[in-house]
Ligand binder design. Structure first.
Ligand code: ZN
Length: 282
């Protein structure tokens, strides 16, 4: 059965002016990220692979590398049971279109020259398998996210940015410490990702999942890491932060925490990468 999710309606490419379509009807004729039209799976696949590389380069810029830890994935448009991901033991800053690998749910590489960090890929693959609607995921062992994850509690809405995650992320505190290396454990935590865009895995780190794009997953990961840092900074003062109310938090989440908004935020990073790191297309 073709489990391909038909929800990818917002495909924009700010770098190919000819393909730009105007999204905001109140600003006709002005440049705005637009949706490229794909005439073939090959064309869409190339687009998705380039954005996956862009997400990896963005992670490098953020300093999210920790040895070979960390996975970013996007489903193949033609074969949705397979995922493009970054190669084993290659720095995020050295990932390029030509060294991406295509893997299945079991962590077998079915296309590409590089190996996969199979042990670390287990949870990642389990989430994709359990949730056909999740198109892209990001995971890395970051400084603040991992520190915050040790607290085993959700992010507090201390700002509008943090409110983007209000009631939209899970805290996973079971199977911690062994999930990354056991297939069975990976499956046991996958259900936590239902309907949320992020998860804080206790004693492990952060995950984001997108039903929209790798760009959205990457931006919300960057945002989540930043929110963890900010909450830790506030709590380190010993003072109690004033929180955004639940009602206003939900409003913020709906208006500035959507998949599309995450995608749109990422376009600023993408526009910088295409100019400064043209080797990512190699
Ligand atoms: Zn991990």
């Amino acid at each position: 059965m073709d489990t391909r999710v038909k929800s990818r309606i917002h495909r924009y490419d700010p770098t190919t002016e000819k393909k730009v379509s105007i999204y905001q009807p109140d600003q006709p004729g002005l440049m705005f990220p637009g949706i490229p039209e794909f005439s073939s799976y090959e064309q869409e696949r190339q687009y998705l692979k380039e954005r996956l590389v862009g997400a990896c380069r963005a992670f490098a810029l953020q300093g999210f590398d920790y040895g070979f830890a960390g996975h970013l994935t996007i489903r193949d448009p033609e074969r949705p049971h397979l995922y493009w991901t970054n190669p084993m033991a290659v720095h995020f800053n050295q990932v390029k279109v030509s060294n991406l690998i295509l893997a299945d749910h079991e962590g077998n590489v079915v296309e590409g020259d590089y190996a996969l960090n199979r042990a670390g890929f287990v949870l990642h693959a389990a989430v994709h398998e359990a949730h056909p609607d999740i198109l892209a995921m990001c995971h890395a062992h970051t400084t603040y996210g991992t520190a915050f994850a040790s607290l085993g509690k959700p992010l507090a809405p201390i700002s509008q940015d943090a409110a983007a995650f209000f009631e939209d992320h899970a805290v996973i505190d079971d199977e911690a410490g062994q999930v990354a290396v056991e297939v069975k454990a990976g499956g046991s935590v996958a259900h936590h990702f239902k309907g949320v865009k992020a998860a804080i895995h206790k004693n492990h780190g952060l995950f984001t999942a997108s039903r929209h794009s790798i760009e959205a997953a990457a931006f919300w990961f960057i945002a989540l890491e930043r929110c963890c840092q900010q909450q830790l900074m506030v709590e380190a003062t010993g003072q109690t932060p004033s929180l955004v109310s639940p009602e206003r938090s939900r409003y913020s989440r709906e208006h500035v925490g959507s998949e599309y908004i995450g995608w749109l935020h990422f376009q600023t990073i993408w526009s910088e990468l295409v100019v400064t790191q043209p080797d990512m297309f190699d």
